[in-house]
Design a protein around this ligand. Structure first.
Ligand code: ZN
Length: 177
């Protein structure tokens, strides 16, 4: 069973990547400094303060540039329960913070919620893959994530091509869409 904390962070990161956000790093060990968007979103958190907490690092100004996507990624783990009740409760709290921030800033929280639910379901296999790698490595850099993401993209294209090739001898017409 993959560690619940790793699943939680991998959910933030996978959904963020699929929404086109830049993920600088995902870590479940060691220290980092509170980024700007975390200070904006989490009460009592001060920008630049050193913290030792599992974290998905996005770009400093991501909340100003892509607020909807950031909020979706923030709420996503609440749609993937783990075997750790404490982590699940925390995910629920984060989602509430995201929805509250959304409504306060003119973004419909109901849309954030719906997208978070859909995206999390859609990328679930990738989340578990990333989580187990995160559990092994402790930290995933942008390069490691990009490599993985690219592999998956290539794989999806290869599968698509293979399906088309298999379909052709029977129908003749190209059923690709
Ligand atoms: Zn979180």
């Amino acid at each position: 069973m993959t560690d619940a904390t790793c699943i939680h962070e991998a959910t933030h990161a996978s959904v963020a990547l699929h929404l086109g956000l830049t993920v600088r790093e995902v870590r479940v060990k060691g220290w980092t400094k509170v980024p700007r968007y975390c200070a904006q979103l989490y009460p009592g958190v001060v920008r630049g303060m050193p913290i030792r907490t599992p974290i998905t690092l996005l770009e400093e100004d991501c909340l100003d540039v892509s607020p909807f996507q950031v909020l979706v990624a923030m709420a996503a783990p609440s749609y993937l329960p783990t075997d750790d009740r404490r982590i699940n409760k925390y995910a629920g709290l984060e989602a509430m913070l995201a929805y509250r921030w959304a409504d306060k800033h003119g973004i419909a929280s109901i849309r954030v919620q719906a997208r978070a639910q859909r995206m999390t379901a859609a990328v679930e296999p990738e989340i578990y893959e990333m989580a187990s790698r995160l559990e092994q490595e402790g930290v995933l850099t942008a390069e490691m994530l990009a490599e993985r993401h690219f592999d998956q993209f290539q794989q999806a294209r290869a599968d698509h091509r293979r399906r088309n090739d298999e379909a052709r001898p029977h129908g003749g017409e190209d059923r690709a869409s």
